[in-house]
Design a protein around this ligand. Structure first.
Ligand code: ZN
Ligand code: ZN
Length: 327
């Protein structure tokens, strides 16, 4: 009896030791399965900061706004902290433009609504490119019924001779299985092909493809590092590269709205958006449109809006069989 009790204790002890190890392995595989902390949540400390004030963390906010085109890039690469912590007039103007693009009250102040919007996961592509495009708000006035889609300057669309595209999945550092990945991407491409006469075919060899798709982490060598919930980015025609942020908790082939992770991101939703960039569209300020720059966690949005359809058809013409955009 004593022996069997000892044996039982040994087994129980072994299980207790083993459990944290296996849980630790799961965390390594899915880093965001641990309690999620949005790296952009530090912007909340800046709420209410006024012009002329100096506040720690403003430099990070300026980096954020610079990354998305709202502040010019700094030209002194030697300095490690390129932006200072002063709330200057330039920052106020940048915040006003941001608020305009995201349909917020244009105050130039770091109010709660503005900061909440800045924390939403978003595309890594800039909203303003070369200072020329401002998500349909160039006249700083919104006219109801006006198209707000923008074109991905400066390259324009693919040439008229190019209507059939081959794409390859060339980097798969993701836990999503290959068949699911293929299905989800095929579905995302189909969202655009039904509205136009463009066609998309997956092929195996990246060197023969017009479009290449992969998952990358952090600074991955193209000058646009992933940092925070920057979900993906894509290059304008005729480049054809689409990069997903490998650090996100991607959900593919199942319902993202019931995903266990609070930081789950729907792969197809982001893929549809990025394909819009690959085809030549920029960001729009129509909330709910596919080409709107941000999407909250655990949200699915895969159906082209009227704004998206108007945008893509302005570049490539309409598919006569298309039944129209979602209301
Ligand atoms: Zn985008
Ligand atoms: Zn990239």
């Amino acid at each position: 009896m004593a022996t069997s009790t000892s044996a039982l204790l040994v087994i129980v002890a072994a299980v207790l030791v083993a459990l944290p190890v296996s849980a630790g392995h799961r965390d390594v595989k899915h880093p965001a399965a641990a309690p999620y902390r949005n790296p952009w949540s530090s912007f909340q400390n800046l709420s209410g900061c006024q012009v002329g004030q100096e506040r720690k963390g403003l430099s990070k906010l300026k980096e954020y706004l610079c990354q998305f085109g709202y502040l010019p890039k700094q030209t002194s690469p030697s300095s490690s902290s390129r932006f200072n912590n002063v709330f200057d007039a330039q920052l106020e103007e940048a915040i006003k433009t941001y608020q305009c693009n995201f349909n917020l009250e244009v105050t130039g102040e770091l109010d709660e609504c503005t900061i909440d919007k800045m924390m939403v996961p978003r595309c890594r592509n800039a909203d303003i490119i070369n200072g020329t495009s401002a998500m349909g708000h160039s006249a700083a006035a919104v006219v109801h019924g006006r198209n707000l889609f923008t074109l991905f300057q400066p390259s324009g669309p693919w040439p008229p001779s190019k209507r059939s595209f081959k794409y390859a999945i060339n980097a798969t550092s993701t836990s999503i299985d290959r068949a699911t990945l293929s299905n989800v991407l095929a579905s995302a491409f189909a969202r655009w092909s039904v509205a136009t006469t463009l066609s998309f075919t997956e092929i195996a060899t990246a060197s023969d493809a017009d479009i290449t798709i992969g998952f990358y982490s952090g600074d991955h060598g193209d000058g646009e590092p992933f940092n925070g919930p920057t979900l993906a980015h894509a290059f304008a025609p005729p480049d054809g590269r689409l990069h997903f942020d490998a650090a996100e908790v991607w959900v593919a082939g199942s319902d993202v709205t019931t995903a266990s992770s609070p930081a789950a991101v729907d792969l197809e939703s982001v893929a549809v958006h990025e394909i819009g960039h690959l085809l030549g569209l920029g960001h729009t300020s129509v909330e709910g449109a596919i080409m709107y720059p941000s999407i909250p966690f655990r949200t699915r949005n895969v159906v082209l809006s009227a704004d998206d359809v108007n945008g893509i058809q302005s570049l490539y013409g309409a598919n006569p069989n298309f039944k129209g955009a979602a209301p």
